[in-house]
Write a protein of this length. Structure first.
Length: 202
């Protein structure tokens, strides 16, 4: 069950807080200072991994891992249908999913626009926020800081990758279009730039 409500409070010193056993997260701030918050009573708060990876999730990771070192992404954006170079992080995730039959089985969407990818998982209640501990094969969505908004996140998804593993407090990811390459990256669990995770129903 998802409850949505609005309150007016001082927003200068926080972006999220706990309310009993529910996690409350700021969705947006309008110009009057009213915060629209969403309480999702299914979200778990840092109490262990959201789920364990299975064989299909591991195949997704293995497919992505074999692509590390690709430069330019033409293999992925041309597969998607673009005739010239485009931002291709979503194309990379989609290509990996297609190699494992996950698009045709409606487990991961085919997407190039990362906001669409995030919305697809949210609409199916297959979403966890970025302070959770993910599992291999989950789809990680990033929201980078916006200098026009005094270096804070704007709530818009900017980039996407695939969770490879979680180890020693770090999330390891495989990302397409990371400096125009496929790269393995790592972030502390709960890193500020991790907006959340899509949780494919492998």
């Amino acid at each position: 069950m998802v409850l949505i409500f609005s309150v007016t409070i001082n927003t200068s010193d926080f972006s999220s807080y706990d309310l009993g056993r529910n996690y409350v997260r700021v969705d947006s701030i309008n110009n009057t200072g009213t915060l629209k918050k969403q309480i999702d009573d299914k979200i778990r708060i840092k109490n262990g991994p959201l789920r364990q990876a299975n064989a299909t999730a591991n195949k997704m990771v293995q497919t992505a891992y074999k692509e590390i070192g690709n430069v330019g992404g033409e293999k992925y954006w041309s597969w998607y249908g673009f005739g010239s170079h485009q931002p291709w992080c979503g194309c990379f995730v989609s290509w990996c999913a297609e190699q494992n039959g996950l698009i045709e089985n409606d487990i991961i969407p085919k997407f190039s626009g990362v906001s669409y990818g995030a919305s697809w998982f949210m609409a199916r209640d297959q979403w966890a926020w970025g302070d959770e501990i993910p599992a291999p094969g989950m789809i990680v969505f990033f929201d980078f800081t916006n200098m026009d908004l005094e270096n804070v996140r704007d709530g818009i998804t900017d980039h996407v990758g695939i969770v490879e593993k979680v180890e020693d407090g770090y999330v390891y990811c495989i990302e397409g279009n990371y400096k125009n390459n496929v790269e393995e990256t790592m972030y502390e669990i709960g890193h500020y730039n991790i907006l959340g995770y899509g949780m494919p129903n492998y």
